[in-house]
Design a binder for this molecule. Sequence first.
Ligand SMILES: [Zn+2]
Length: 543
Amino acid sequence: MRQPRRRAVRHLALTLGASLVVALASVGGSGPVALAIMPVEVGPGARSVGDPFYPTLGNGGYDVTSYDLDLTWHAPDAAHPTGWIAGVATIDIQLREHLTELSLDLRRDTTEVSSVRVGGVLARHRADGFGRKLIIEPPDLLQAARTTRLRIEWTARPAPVHRLGEELGVEDPDGLDRADARGFLADGDGGFFLASQPNGAHTLFPSNDHPTDPAPVRVRLTAPAGMLGVATGRRIEEVAHPDGSTTTTWVSDDPVATHVLAMGVGRSTLIEDDIPGGPHLRSVVPTALAPFAEHRLAVLPEVVTWLEDAIGRPYPFRTLGLQLVPPGATGAILEGQTLILAGAGMLDPRLSECAWTSLMVHEVAHQWFGDSVAIARWDQKWLSEGHATYYEQLWEAESGCDALGRDRRFRRLYAGAQAARDRGGPPDRPRAPRFAYDATIYAQGALALEALRREVGDERFRAIETTFLDRFRGRSASTDDYIDTASEIAGRDLRPFLEAWLRDDQVPRLPAGPSPSARPSSSVAPASPAEPTSSAVVVSASD
Ligand SMILES: [Zn+2]
Protein backbone atom coordinates (compact mmCIF):
# COMPACT_ATOMS: atom_id res chain seq x y z
CA MET A 1 0.00 0.00 0.00
CA ARG A 2 1.09 3.44 -0.70
CA GLN A 3 2.62 5.39 2.14
CA PRO A 4 1.33 8.87 2.95
CA ARG A 5 3.37 11.48 1.18
CA ARG A 6 5.79 13.47 3.21
CA ARG A 7 5.00 17.12 3.40
CA ALA A 8 7.21 19.04 1.04
CA VAL A 9 8.86 22.13 2.41
CA ARG A 10 10.05 24.64 -0.12
CA HIS A 11 11.59 28.04 -0.06
CA LEU A 12 9.22 30.20 -1.97
CA ALA A 13 10.18 32.75 -4.53
CA LEU A 14 8.46 36.09 -4.24
CA THR A 15 7.01 35.56 -7.68
CA LEU A 16 4.72 32.94 -6.19
CA GLY A 17 3.16 35.73 -4.27
CA ALA A 18 3.34 33.83 -1.01
CA SER A 19 3.65 35.72 2.20
CA LEU A 20 7.06 35.32 3.71
CA VAL A 21 7.52 34.82 7.37
CA VAL A 22 9.90 37.45 8.58
CA ALA A 23 11.50 36.91 11.94
CA LEU A 24 13.38 39.56 13.80
CA ALA A 25 16.19 37.99 15.75
CA SER A 26 17.95 39.96 18.39
CA VAL A 27 21.66 39.24 18.57
CA GLY A 28 23.32 39.56 21.96
CA GLY A 29 20.31 41.13 23.66
CA SER A 30 20.84 44.82 22.98
CA GLY A 31 23.00 44.27 19.90
CA PRO A 32 22.09 44.95 16.28
CA VAL A 33 18.89 43.38 14.96
CA ALA A 34 19.24 40.82 12.17
CA LEU A 35 16.51 40.18 9.60
CA ALA A 36 16.03 36.49 8.93
CA ILE A 37 13.80 35.06 6.19
CA MET A 38 12.29 31.82 7.35
CA PRO A 39 11.07 29.11 5.01
CA VAL A 40 7.32 28.99 4.49
CA GLU A 41 5.79 25.57 4.75
CA VAL A 42 4.09 24.68 1.53
CA GLY A 43 2.85 21.33 0.40
CA PRO A 44 -0.11 19.08 -0.23
CA GLY A 45 -2.96 19.11 2.29
CA ALA A 46 -3.29 16.09 4.55
CA ARG A 47 -5.47 13.28 3.18
CA SER A 48 -7.04 12.59 6.56
CA VAL A 49 -8.21 14.48 9.61
CA GLY A 50 -6.84 11.63 11.72
CA ASP A 51 -10.09 10.12 12.92
CA PRO A 52 -9.22 6.97 14.92
CA PHE A 53 -12.19 4.95 13.59
CA TYR A 54 -12.30 6.25 9.99
CA PRO A 55 -8.68 7.14 9.24
CA THR A 56 -9.22 7.68 5.51
CA LEU A 57 -11.97 10.28 5.96
CA GLY A 58 -11.49 14.03 5.89
CA ASN A 59 -8.84 16.26 4.41
CA GLY A 60 -6.50 18.89 5.77
CA GLY A 61 -5.38 22.33 4.71
CA TYR A 62 -8.78 23.87 4.04
CA ASP A 63 -12.31 24.33 5.36
CA VAL A 64 -15.39 24.03 3.17
CA THR A 65 -17.49 27.20 3.45
CA SER A 66 -20.35 26.02 1.20
CA TYR A 67 -21.51 23.16 -1.01
CA ASP A 68 -23.68 23.64 -4.07
CA LEU A 69 -24.70 20.31 -5.61
CA ASP A 70 -26.53 20.20 -8.92
CA LEU A 71 -27.61 16.59 -9.40
CA THR A 72 -29.55 14.92 -12.18
CA TRP A 73 -30.87 11.43 -11.39
CA HIS A 74 -31.08 8.98 -14.28
CA ALA A 75 -33.40 6.15 -13.26
CA PRO A 76 -32.34 2.55 -13.89
CA ASP A 77 -32.57 1.26 -17.45
CA ALA A 78 -31.09 -1.63 -19.43
CA ALA A 79 -27.74 0.12 -19.83
CA HIS A 80 -27.54 1.29 -16.20
CA PRO A 81 -29.43 -1.19 -14.04
CA THR A 82 -28.77 0.73 -10.82
CA GLY A 83 -29.39 4.22 -12.24
CA TRP A 84 -26.82 6.97 -12.02
CA ILE A 85 -26.27 10.63 -11.19
CA ALA A 86 -24.67 13.36 -13.24
CA GLY A 87 -23.44 16.06 -10.91
CA VAL A 88 -21.83 19.46 -10.82
CA ALA A 89 -20.42 20.39 -7.41
CA THR A 90 -19.45 23.96 -6.67
CA ILE A 91 -17.51 23.93 -3.43
CA ASP A 92 -16.12 27.08 -1.81
CA ILE A 93 -13.14 26.49 0.42
CA GLN A 94 -10.99 28.63 2.69
CA LEU A 95 -7.33 27.70 2.71
CA ARG A 96 -5.70 27.15 6.08
CA GLU A 97 -2.24 26.51 4.60
CA HIS A 98 -0.40 27.23 1.39
CA LEU A 99 -1.31 24.24 -0.73
CA THR A 100 0.25 22.78 -3.85
CA GLU A 101 -2.34 20.00 -3.88
CA LEU A 102 -5.59 19.23 -2.12
CA SER A 103 -7.88 16.27 -1.77
CA LEU A 104 -11.60 15.61 -1.38
CA ASP A 105 -13.22 12.37 -0.29
CA LEU A 106 -14.78 10.59 -3.27
CA ARG A 107 -15.14 6.85 -3.68
CA ARG A 108 -13.52 6.17 -7.01
CA ASP A 109 -14.63 2.74 -8.23
CA THR A 110 -18.22 3.97 -8.65
CA THR A 111 -17.55 7.55 -9.80
CA GLU A 112 -16.11 9.19 -12.89
CA VAL A 113 -14.70 12.71 -12.74
CA SER A 114 -14.77 14.53 -16.06
CA SER A 115 -13.44 17.93 -15.07
CA VAL A 116 -12.13 19.93 -12.13
CA ARG A 117 -11.73 23.69 -12.05
CA VAL A 118 -9.98 25.64 -9.32
CA GLY A 119 -10.81 29.33 -9.31
CA GLY A 120 -12.32 28.90 -12.77
CA VAL A 121 -9.19 27.31 -14.25
CA LEU A 122 -9.01 23.67 -15.33
CA ALA A 123 -6.91 21.60 -12.97
CA ARG A 124 -5.27 18.19 -13.19
CA HIS A 125 -6.85 15.52 -11.02
CA ARG A 126 -6.46 11.85 -10.18
CA ALA A 127 -7.47 9.16 -7.68
CA ASP A 128 -5.39 8.36 -4.62
CA GLY A 129 -3.84 4.93 -4.15
CA PHE A 130 -6.73 3.69 -1.99
CA GLY A 131 -9.41 4.75 -4.47
CA ARG A 132 -11.14 6.98 -1.91
CA LYS A 133 -9.94 10.46 -2.78
CA LEU A 134 -10.06 12.99 -5.57
CA ILE A 135 -6.58 14.52 -5.68
CA ILE A 136 -6.51 17.97 -7.27
CA GLU A 137 -3.41 19.76 -8.50
CA PRO A 138 -4.29 23.45 -8.73
CA PRO A 139 -2.67 25.36 -11.60
CA ASP A 140 -1.20 27.84 -9.10
CA LEU A 141 -0.25 27.68 -5.48
CA LEU A 142 -3.30 28.06 -3.22
CA GLN A 143 -2.47 30.65 -0.61
CA ALA A 144 -3.39 30.36 3.04
CA ALA A 145 -6.34 32.48 4.28
CA ARG A 146 -7.66 32.95 0.74
CA THR A 147 -10.93 31.50 -0.47
CA THR A 148 -11.29 29.70 -3.75
CA ARG A 149 -14.01 27.90 -5.65
CA LEU A 150 -13.80 24.32 -6.85
CA ARG A 151 -16.07 23.15 -9.64
CA ILE A 152 -16.22 19.42 -10.21
CA GLU A 153 -18.23 17.58 -12.84
CA TRP A 154 -18.70 13.90 -12.18
CA THR A 155 -20.99 10.90 -12.43
CA ALA A 156 -21.73 8.31 -9.78
CA ARG A 157 -23.73 5.14 -9.48
CA PRO A 158 -25.30 3.73 -6.32
CA ALA A 159 -23.22 1.21 -4.40
CA PRO A 160 -23.18 0.66 -0.64
CA VAL A 161 -20.28 1.04 1.73
CA HIS A 162 -20.10 -0.76 5.09
CA ARG A 163 -20.83 1.64 7.93
CA LEU A 164 -17.98 0.21 10.00
CA GLY A 165 -15.33 0.73 7.34
CA GLU A 166 -14.73 0.42 3.63
CA GLU A 167 -12.67 -2.71 4.06
CA LEU A 168 -15.76 -4.55 5.32
CA GLY A 169 -17.97 -5.77 2.51
CA VAL A 170 -21.70 -5.31 2.49
CA GLU A 171 -23.34 -8.71 2.43
CA ASP A 172 -26.27 -9.71 0.27
CA PRO A 173 -28.34 -6.52 -0.01
CA ASP A 174 -31.44 -8.57 0.75
CA GLY A 175 -29.87 -10.18 3.77
CA LEU A 176 -29.45 -9.23 7.37
CA ASP A 177 -26.58 -6.85 6.76
CA ARG A 178 -28.71 -4.37 4.90
CA ALA A 179 -28.73 -2.25 8.05
CA ASP A 180 -24.96 -1.86 7.63
CA ALA A 181 -25.29 -0.48 4.08
CA ARG A 182 -24.54 3.21 3.89
CA GLY A 183 -24.01 5.80 1.21
CA PHE A 184 -25.60 6.32 -2.18
CA LEU A 185 -28.25 3.58 -2.36
CA ALA A 186 -30.89 2.51 -4.87
CA ASP A 187 -34.37 2.48 -3.33
CA GLY A 188 -35.58 -0.56 -5.29
CA ASP A 189 -38.36 1.42 -6.99
CA GLY A 190 -36.45 3.46 -9.55
CA GLY A 191 -35.13 6.07 -7.13
CA PHE A 192 -32.20 6.57 -4.78
CA PHE A 193 -31.51 7.84 -1.29
CA LEU A 194 -28.43 8.87 0.63
CA ALA A 195 -27.87 7.16 3.98
CA SER A 196 -24.55 8.66 4.94
CA GLN A 197 -23.79 8.21 8.59
CA PRO A 198 -20.97 7.79 9.22
CA ASN A 199 -18.95 7.21 6.08
CA GLY A 200 -21.24 7.28 3.04
CA ALA A 201 -21.56 10.83 1.72
CA HIS A 202 -18.46 10.59 -0.46
CA THR A 203 -19.94 7.62 -2.34
CA LEU A 204 -22.22 10.20 -3.95
CA PHE A 205 -20.42 13.54 -4.00
CA PRO A 206 -16.91 14.95 -3.54
CA SER A 207 -16.64 16.34 -0.03
CA ASN A 208 -14.63 16.83 3.10
CA ASP A 209 -16.48 13.88 4.55
CA HIS A 210 -15.98 14.35 8.28
CA PRO A 211 -18.23 16.07 10.87
CA THR A 212 -15.46 18.52 11.80
CA ASP A 213 -16.21 20.50 8.62
CA PRO A 214 -19.95 21.29 8.41
CA ALA A 215 -21.02 23.88 5.83
CA PRO A 216 -24.20 25.43 4.37
CA VAL A 217 -25.57 23.35 1.51
CA ARG A 218 -27.70 23.94 -1.56
CA VAL A 219 -28.93 20.82 -3.40
CA ARG A 220 -30.62 21.05 -6.78
CA LEU A 221 -32.18 17.71 -7.74
CA THR A 222 -33.58 16.95 -11.17
CA ALA A 223 -35.93 13.98 -11.02
CA PRO A 224 -37.48 12.03 -13.92
CA ALA A 225 -41.22 12.31 -14.58
CA GLY A 226 -43.27 10.86 -11.75
CA MET A 227 -40.50 11.30 -9.20
CA LEU A 228 -39.63 13.96 -6.65
CA GLY A 229 -36.28 15.17 -5.30
CA VAL A 230 -35.89 16.09 -1.63
CA ALA A 231 -32.97 17.14 0.57
CA THR A 232 -32.03 18.64 3.91
CA GLY A 233 -33.27 22.21 4.36
CA ARG A 234 -36.13 24.14 2.86
CA ARG A 235 -37.47 24.02 -0.66
CA ILE A 236 -36.89 27.33 -2.40
CA GLU A 237 -37.71 26.50 -6.00
CA GLU A 238 -39.44 23.91 -8.14
CA VAL A 239 -39.19 23.99 -11.93
CA ALA A 240 -41.14 21.64 -14.19
CA HIS A 241 -39.51 20.82 -17.54
CA PRO A 242 -41.28 20.00 -20.83
CA ASP A 243 -40.12 16.38 -20.69
CA GLY A 244 -41.95 15.88 -17.40
CA SER A 245 -38.85 16.02 -15.23
CA THR A 246 -38.73 18.39 -12.27
CA THR A 247 -35.91 20.32 -10.63
CA THR A 248 -36.32 21.12 -6.95
CA THR A 249 -33.84 23.23 -5.00
CA TRP A 250 -33.30 22.72 -1.27
CA VAL A 251 -31.21 25.07 0.86
CA SER A 252 -29.79 24.89 4.35
CA ASP A 253 -28.20 28.14 5.53
CA ASP A 254 -27.25 26.33 8.73
CA PRO A 255 -24.05 24.32 8.40
CA VAL A 256 -24.61 20.63 7.65
CA ALA A 257 -22.07 17.90 8.34
CA THR A 258 -21.81 15.62 5.31
CA HIS A 259 -22.96 12.51 7.21
CA VAL A 260 -26.32 14.13 8.10
CA LEU A 261 -26.99 15.63 4.67
CA ALA A 262 -30.15 13.79 3.61
CA MET A 263 -31.39 13.56 0.05
CA GLY A 264 -33.15 11.31 -2.40
CA VAL A 265 -35.30 10.98 -5.49
CA GLY A 266 -38.27 8.66 -5.49
CA ARG A 267 -41.89 8.01 -6.43
CA SER A 268 -42.84 10.11 -3.46
CA THR A 269 -45.34 12.61 -2.23
CA LEU A 270 -44.45 15.69 -0.21
CA ILE A 271 -46.64 16.20 2.86
CA GLU A 272 -46.38 19.64 4.45
CA ASP A 273 -47.58 21.17 7.69
CA ASP A 274 -46.51 23.87 10.13
CA ILE A 275 -45.83 24.01 13.84
CA PRO A 276 -47.01 27.46 14.99
CA GLY A 277 -43.89 29.35 16.04
CA GLY A 278 -41.80 26.31 15.15
CA PRO A 279 -40.34 24.60 12.11
CA HIS A 280 -42.09 24.00 8.81
CA LEU A 281 -42.83 20.30 8.55
CA ARG A 282 -42.23 18.60 5.25
CA SER A 283 -41.96 14.87 4.83
CA VAL A 284 -41.67 12.62 1.79
CA VAL A 285 -43.49 9.33 1.68
CA PRO A 286 -43.76 6.72 -1.11
CA THR A 287 -46.89 7.91 -2.91
CA ALA A 288 -48.64 4.54 -2.68
CA LEU A 289 -48.20 4.58 1.11
CA ALA A 290 -49.07 8.22 1.79
CA PRO A 291 -52.55 7.46 3.23
CA PHE A 292 -50.95 5.23 5.87
CA ALA A 293 -48.29 7.74 6.96
CA GLU A 294 -50.51 10.37 8.52
CA HIS A 295 -50.52 8.92 12.03
CA ARG A 296 -46.73 8.56 12.02
CA LEU A 297 -46.14 12.16 10.91
CA ALA A 298 -48.74 13.44 13.39
CA VAL A 299 -46.44 12.92 16.40
CA LEU A 300 -43.76 15.35 15.18
CA PRO A 301 -45.27 18.63 16.52
CA GLU A 302 -45.70 17.14 19.98
CA VAL A 303 -42.21 15.66 19.96
CA VAL A 304 -40.68 19.04 19.04
CA THR A 305 -42.64 20.84 21.76
CA TRP A 306 -41.71 18.24 24.37
CA LEU A 307 -37.99 18.38 23.46
CA GLU A 308 -37.89 22.19 23.41
CA ASP A 309 -39.25 22.13 26.94
CA ALA A 310 -36.99 19.30 28.15
CA ILE A 311 -33.78 20.66 26.59
CA GLY A 312 -34.48 24.33 27.19
CA ARG A 313 -33.71 25.61 23.71
CA PRO A 314 -35.93 26.13 20.63
CA TYR A 315 -35.77 23.65 17.80
CA PRO A 316 -32.56 24.69 16.02
CA PHE A 317 -33.63 24.60 12.34
CA ARG A 318 -36.39 25.96 10.09
CA THR A 319 -37.63 22.61 8.78
CA LEU A 320 -38.21 19.07 9.99
CA GLY A 321 -39.62 15.92 8.48
CA LEU A 322 -39.29 12.30 7.57
CA GLN A 323 -37.91 10.74 4.43
CA LEU A 324 -39.66 7.39 4.15
CA VAL A 325 -38.16 5.12 1.51
CA PRO A 326 -39.82 2.02 0.02
CA PRO A 327 -40.20 -0.94 2.38
CA GLY A 328 -37.08 -3.06 2.34
CA ALA A 329 -34.83 -0.30 1.02
CA THR A 330 -33.14 0.09 4.39
CA GLY A 331 -33.32 -1.52 7.80
CA ALA A 332 -32.06 1.63 9.45
CA ILE A 333 -33.70 4.65 10.94
CA LEU A 334 -31.09 7.27 10.50
CA GLU A 335 -30.28 10.69 11.87
CA GLY A 336 -30.50 13.30 9.11
CA GLN A 337 -30.41 17.05 9.58
CA THR A 338 -34.02 18.26 9.27
CA LEU A 339 -34.90 15.06 7.37
CA ILE A 340 -34.94 11.73 9.23
CA LEU A 341 -34.51 8.64 7.07
CA ALA A 342 -36.58 5.53 7.71
CA GLY A 343 -37.82 2.55 5.74
CA ALA A 344 -41.56 2.59 5.11
CA GLY A 345 -41.67 -0.63 7.15
CA MET A 346 -42.10 1.82 10.02
CA LEU A 347 -45.71 2.23 8.87
CA ASP A 348 -46.39 -1.34 10.00
CA PRO A 349 -49.23 -1.06 12.54
CA ARG A 350 -47.51 -3.63 14.74
CA LEU A 351 -45.01 -0.90 15.64
CA SER A 352 -46.79 0.68 18.59
CA GLU A 353 -47.46 4.38 18.87
CA CYS A 354 -45.28 4.46 21.99
CA ALA A 355 -42.34 2.75 20.28
CA TRP A 356 -42.64 5.02 17.25
CA THR A 357 -42.84 8.21 19.31
CA SER A 358 -39.84 7.11 21.36
CA LEU A 359 -37.85 6.62 18.14
CA MET A 360 -38.89 10.08 16.99
CA VAL A 361 -37.86 11.67 20.31
CA HIS A 362 -34.42 10.09 19.81
CA GLU A 363 -34.03 11.21 16.19
CA VAL A 364 -35.43 14.71 16.73
CA ALA A 365 -33.17 15.14 19.81
CA HIS A 366 -30.29 14.63 17.37
CA GLN A 367 -31.26 17.90 15.69
CA TRP A 368 -29.81 19.61 18.77
CA PHE A 369 -27.18 17.01 19.73
CA GLY A 370 -25.31 15.70 16.70
CA ASP A 371 -26.61 18.11 14.03
CA SER A 372 -26.77 21.68 15.37
CA VAL A 373 -23.67 20.72 17.36
CA ALA A 374 -21.71 18.09 15.44
CA ILE A 375 -19.38 15.55 17.00
CA ALA A 376 -15.64 15.99 16.49
CA ARG A 377 -14.56 12.34 16.38
CA TRP A 378 -16.36 9.11 15.57
CA ASP A 379 -15.12 7.45 18.76
CA GLN A 380 -16.94 10.20 20.68
CA LYS A 381 -20.33 9.28 19.27
CA TRP A 382 -21.68 9.01 22.84
CA LEU A 383 -21.84 12.82 22.82
CA SER A 384 -24.60 12.66 20.23
CA GLU A 385 -26.14 9.24 21.03
CA GLY A 386 -25.93 9.58 24.81
CA HIS A 387 -27.94 12.80 24.66
CA ALA A 388 -30.50 11.41 22.20
CA THR A 389 -30.90 8.34 24.41
CA TYR A 390 -31.09 10.44 27.60
CA TYR A 391 -34.02 12.51 26.31
CA GLU A 392 -35.61 9.37 24.87
CA GLN A 393 -35.46 7.82 28.36
CA LEU A 394 -36.98 10.94 29.93
CA TRP A 395 -39.82 10.90 27.42
CA GLU A 396 -40.49 7.22 28.04
CA ALA A 397 -40.55 7.85 31.79
CA GLU A 398 -42.97 10.76 31.44
CA SER A 399 -45.18 9.33 28.73
CA GLY A 400 -46.66 6.53 30.80
CA CYS A 401 -46.02 4.10 27.97
CA ASP A 402 -44.83 1.66 30.57
CA ALA A 403 -44.83 1.59 34.34
CA LEU A 404 -41.11 2.28 34.67
CA GLY A 405 -40.49 5.72 36.17
CA ARG A 406 -37.38 7.77 35.69
CA ASP A 407 -35.44 6.53 38.70
CA ARG A 408 -36.10 2.85 38.03
CA ARG A 409 -35.35 3.39 34.35
CA PHE A 410 -31.85 4.72 35.02
CA ARG A 411 -31.26 2.10 37.74
CA ARG A 412 -32.03 -0.55 35.14
CA LEU A 413 -29.46 0.99 32.80
CA TYR A 414 -27.01 1.13 35.70
CA ALA A 415 -27.50 -2.58 36.43
CA GLY A 416 -26.27 -3.44 32.95
CA ALA A 417 -23.57 -0.81 32.67
CA GLN A 418 -20.53 -2.73 33.93
CA ALA A 419 -21.18 -5.72 31.70
CA ALA A 420 -21.59 -3.35 28.74
CA ARG A 421 -18.38 -1.57 29.64
CA ASP A 422 -16.47 -4.84 29.99
CA ARG A 423 -17.57 -5.84 26.51
CA GLY A 424 -17.41 -2.64 24.46
CA GLY A 425 -15.48 -0.18 26.60
CA PRO A 426 -16.57 3.04 28.30
CA PRO A 427 -18.73 5.53 26.34
CA ASP A 428 -15.86 7.81 25.32
CA ARG A 429 -13.46 4.91 24.70
CA PRO A 430 -15.37 2.31 22.63
CA ARG A 431 -13.05 -0.55 21.76
CA ALA A 432 -13.96 -0.61 18.05
CA PRO A 433 -16.26 1.17 15.60
CA ARG A 434 -18.94 -1.51 16.04
CA PHE A 435 -19.22 -0.59 19.72
CA ALA A 436 -19.70 3.08 18.90
CA TYR A 437 -23.04 1.96 17.39
CA ASP A 438 -23.84 -0.43 20.20
CA ALA A 439 -26.98 0.36 22.16
CA THR A 440 -25.01 -0.22 25.36
CA ILE A 441 -22.74 2.72 24.52
CA TYR A 442 -25.85 4.82 23.89
CA ALA A 443 -27.27 3.73 27.26
CA GLN A 444 -23.99 4.32 29.08
CA GLY A 445 -23.80 7.81 27.62
CA ALA A 446 -27.33 8.53 28.82
CA LEU A 447 -26.42 7.14 32.23
CA ALA A 448 -23.35 9.42 32.45
CA LEU A 449 -25.63 12.40 31.81
CA GLU A 450 -28.07 11.26 34.50
CA ALA A 451 -25.11 10.88 36.90
CA LEU A 452 -24.05 14.44 36.06
CA ARG A 453 -27.57 15.72 36.70
CA ARG A 454 -27.62 14.02 40.07
CA GLU A 455 -24.18 15.45 40.88
CA VAL A 456 -24.90 19.09 39.99
CA GLY A 457 -28.69 19.29 40.28
CA ASP A 458 -31.40 19.99 37.69
CA GLU A 459 -30.80 23.68 37.27
CA ARG A 460 -27.07 23.47 36.67
CA PHE A 461 -27.45 20.43 34.43
CA ARG A 462 -29.88 22.34 32.24
CA ALA A 463 -27.49 25.30 32.15
CA ILE A 464 -24.64 23.00 31.09
CA GLU A 465 -26.75 21.58 28.28
CA THR A 466 -27.96 24.94 26.97
CA THR A 467 -24.52 26.58 27.26
CA PHE A 468 -22.97 23.69 25.34
CA LEU A 469 -25.62 23.99 22.61
CA ASP A 470 -25.26 27.77 22.36
CA ARG A 471 -21.47 27.76 22.39
CA PHE A 472 -20.90 25.13 19.72
CA ARG A 473 -23.90 25.74 17.48
CA GLY A 474 -23.00 25.29 13.80
CA ARG A 475 -19.70 23.54 14.50
CA SER A 476 -18.29 20.41 16.05
CA ALA A 477 -17.50 19.80 19.71
CA SER A 478 -15.47 17.16 21.53
CA THR A 479 -15.98 15.34 24.81
CA ASP A 480 -13.39 17.67 26.36
CA ASP A 481 -15.47 20.65 25.19
CA TYR A 482 -18.45 19.19 27.05
CA ILE A 483 -16.39 18.51 30.20
CA ASP A 484 -14.94 22.04 30.15
CA THR A 485 -18.42 23.56 29.73
CA ALA A 486 -19.77 21.44 32.58
CA SER A 487 -16.92 22.49 34.91
CA GLU A 488 -17.35 26.14 34.02
CA ILE A 489 -21.09 26.16 34.67
CA ALA A 490 -20.82 24.09 37.86
CA GLY A 491 -18.05 26.36 39.15
CA ARG A 492 -15.83 23.40 40.00
CA ASP A 493 -13.61 20.88 38.25
CA LEU A 494 -15.91 18.12 37.01
CA ARG A 495 -13.18 16.48 34.93
CA PRO A 496 -12.43 13.66 37.42
CA PHE A 497 -16.15 12.96 37.83
CA LEU A 498 -16.96 12.94 34.11
CA GLU A 499 -13.80 11.13 33.06
CA ALA A 500 -14.70 8.32 35.46
CA TRP A 501 -18.16 8.07 33.91
CA LEU A 502 -16.93 8.39 30.34
CA ARG A 503 -13.45 6.88 30.22
CA ASP A 504 -12.75 4.53 33.14
CA ASP A 505 -12.99 0.75 32.90
CA GLN A 506 -15.05 0.67 36.10
CA VAL A 507 -18.53 2.14 36.25
CA PRO A 508 -18.61 4.63 39.17
CA ARG A 509 -21.29 4.63 41.86
CA LEU A 510 -24.43 6.37 40.73
CA PRO A 511 -24.88 9.46 42.92
CA ALA A 512 -28.07 9.46 44.98
CA GLY A 513 -28.56 13.06 43.88
CA PRO A 514 -31.71 15.12 43.87
CA SER A 515 -34.95 13.83 42.44
CA PRO A 516 -35.77 15.48 39.16
CA SER A 517 -37.67 18.70 39.68
CA ALA A 518 -41.27 18.53 38.68
CA ARG A 519 -41.92 19.30 35.05
CA PRO A 520 -45.27 19.64 33.39
CA SER A 521 -46.43 16.22 32.32
CA SER A 522 -45.85 15.34 28.72
CA SER A 523 -48.25 16.59 26.13
CA VAL A 524 -47.51 13.48 24.10
CA ALA A 525 -50.33 11.18 25.05
CA PRO A 526 -49.69 7.56 24.21
CA ALA A 527 -52.32 5.73 22.23
CA SER A 528 -52.73 3.29 25.08
CA PRO A 529 -51.00 3.69 28.44
CA ALA A 530 -50.70 -0.07 28.81
CA GLU A 531 -49.08 -0.49 25.45
CA PRO A 532 -45.58 -1.95 25.73
CA THR A 533 -42.74 -0.07 24.04
CA SER A 534 -41.34 -3.28 22.65
CA SER A 535 -42.62 -4.08 19.23
CA ALA A 536 -43.14 -6.93 16.87
CA VAL A 537 -41.40 -4.84 14.22
CA VAL A 538 -37.66 -5.16 14.50
CA VAL A 539 -35.79 -1.91 14.07
CA SER A 540 -32.43 -3.25 13.06
CA ALA A 541 -30.50 -0.03 13.52
CA SER A 542 -31.44 3.22 15.13
CA ASP A 543 -28.73 5.79 14.76
ZN1 LIG B 1 -29.10 8.19 17.52
